[in-house]
Design a binder for this molecule. Structure first.
Ligand code: IDP
Ligand code: MG
Length: 153
């Protein structure tokens, strides 16, 4: 099964939305594989946001991501990368539909509450960037036959 990486950004941590956001993924039926609080620094953000390094807002998003510790978590499920991106919504919280995490909790393009990996390949790179192997767990949280039909797994 696929895995994806979520970062609950300082814009959510400052507003006490950590539990609310984690709850959404839990009740959807995704399996938690890893979870921790960490303070991001310039080095890890230069890697994580390398695709934005020429943008005028590059330093601003890095500063914003270092404003408080963040929560990083890894979730597992069938097609979980795309599923989570759809649960998160588009980058700009003002464009995101109600019912998505950004649509429900954000009014900003920068302070948009949450990061989610955008492709399966990037998800594995990001999981390795933020977690050591021994910090990730693979266990049967719920009998998968409760969550999926046999042929979907
Ligand atoms: P994504 O988070 O939806 O994948 P990316 O394009 O990868 O969007 O951008 C990473 C982060 O950079 C966004 O989540 C947002 O916080 C910030 N960002 C993206 N575009 C802008 C912008 O035009 N102005 C300010 N911040 C932006
Ligand atoms: Mg992105």
């Amino acid at each position: 099964m696929e895995r994806t990486l979520i970062i609950i950004k300082p814009s959510a941590v400052k507003r006490d939305l950590i539990g609310e956001i984690i709850h959404r993924f839990e009740i959807k039926g995704l399996q938690l594989c890893g979870l921790k609080m960490m303070q991001l620094d310039d080095k890890i953000l230069n890697e994580h946001y390398a695709h934005l390094k020429e943008k005028p807002f590059f330093q601003r998003i890095k500063t914003s991501m270092m404003a408080t510790p963040v929560i990083v978590c890894c979730w597992k499920g069938v097609d979980v990368v795309n599923l989570v991106r759809r649960m998160v919504g588009p980058t700009n919280g003002r464009d995101a539909a109600l019912g998505t995490i950004r649509g429900d909790y954000s009014v900003s393009v920068q302070e948009n509450i949450i990061h989610a990996s955008d492709t399966v390949e990037n998800a594995e790179i990001e999981i390795r960037r933020f977690f050591r192997t021994e910090e990730l767990y693979d266990f049967e949280q719920l009998n998968p036959s409760v969550l999926y039909a046999e042929y979907e797994k």
